[in-house]
Design a binder for this molecule. Structure first.
Ligand SMILES: Nc1nc2c(ncn2[C@@H]2O[C@H](COP(=O)(O)OP(=O)(O)OP(=O)(O)O)[C@@H](O)[C@H]2O)c(=O)[nH]1
Ligand SMILES: [Mg+2]
Length: 304
């Protein structure tokens, strides 16, 4: 399966919610009326795109209809595709590959969203690119979290730094960064614990980890990746808000898009925040982490 087919298959449920409903609205209707636009607005909101992005889309659409540039359901879908791609593209940044190794990535998010799995997939990708990768077991909170990351490290064949369960996660990342510097690693990826984001002590723990990393390498961590579960829906917005306020998120990974009916939330996130979406998770296997391509995604979202 190529990337396009993979994304299309993963978005099947979300897509059905959009495309089929849009087609149904247009069925047996001669022209585009205000009632029809109201129904379309509802479909976009139900698909988790958010009020603001939906209003932008409907506003632009009204203009195109007025000037007769958009006349039927196919043209409406094409136009919405373009607008969604624009929203998804607005935060994209030119990636500079001039890393000063070790490049440090901290992976954060609430429990169960897919942080540790994402680290495994990312480490696998980077190793395939020829990078020397070190993983830091910064989740000392959940029983078995250290073992889970160690298993990934062994499977992929990358190095791994751990302390005992219950140890201070800042001490783990401190050791990892020291080792990373001393032993010439290209990339260090730190796993972190996930509790409910509303728990203040998690934020304090993560902030401390970030400070400690910065003490060893002044401009590190170079990336703070926030992992969000595509099935979460609107709650992903409050998670993003809080993590961003506390830790300055540099990129988002949206996991579990395979089978999710709420993939539309990605448009809402891109519209609401100035944070680029970097990767999407399309399954549990190592090769199921994909770089995010806005136009491809928008297209897959609205294809029959
Ligand atoms: N279908 C699917 N499952 C995924 C994806 N990413 C992660 N998972 C699954 O989600 C579950 C939780 O993943 P973890 O990586 O342990 O999540 P975590 O955020 O590290 O969880 P905590 O350490 O408890 O905070 C696991 O069963 C993963 O296999 C994905 O893209 N698609
Ligand atoms: Mg984990």
């Amino acid at each position: 399966m190529n990337l396009w087919q993979k994304i299309k298959t993963s978005l099947a449920t979300t897509r059905q919610g959009l495309t089929q409903k849009i087609d149904r609205i247009f069925k047996d209707r001669g022209k585009i009326t205000q009632t029809l636009l109201d129904e379309l607005e509802e479909v976009l909101i139900m698909a988790d795109l958010g009020v603001s992005a939906t209003q932008k889309i409907i506003g632009h659409l009204q203009e195109k209809i007025r000037t007769n540039e958009v006349k039927d359901s196919e043209e409406v879908k094409d136009f919405i595709k373009t607008l969604i791609a624009q929203i998804l593209e607005k935060n994209e940044i030119e990636e500079s590959h001039k890393w000063q190794p070790p490049h440090v990535i901290m992976v954060i998010g609430v429990n169960g969203v897919g942080k540790t799995t994402t680290i495994g997939k990312l480490a696998w990708r980077l190793k395939k690119e020829g990078k020397k990768v070190l993983l830091a077991a910064g989740d000392t909170f959940r029983a078995a979290a250290i073992d889970q990351l160690e298993i990934w490290a062994q499977k992929i064949g990358v190095d791994f730094i751990k302390h005992q369960p219950g140890a201070d996660p800042s001490a783990v990342v401190f050791d990892a960064i020291q080792a990373g510097k001393a032993r010439g690693y290209d990339i260090i990826i730190a796993d972190t614990a996930g509790r409910q984001h509303t728990k203040a002590n998690l934020m304090e723990e993560l902030k401390k980890m970030k400070r400690v990393i910065g003490k060893v390498i002044p401009d590190a961590p170079h990336e703070v990746l926030l992992v969000l579960d595509a099935n979460t829906g609107q709650n992903a917005l409050s998670q993003t808000n809080l993590f961003h306020q506390n830790l300055g998120v540099t990129g988002i990974v949206l996991t579990k898009l395979d089978g999710s009916a709420k993939g539309g939330i990605i448009v809402n996130i891109a519209d609401t925040f100035d944070i680029p979406i970097k990767y999407i998770g399309l399954g549990e296997e190592l090769d199921n982490l994909q770089e995010f391509h806005p136009a491809l995604f928008a297209s897959a979202l609205l294809t029959d």
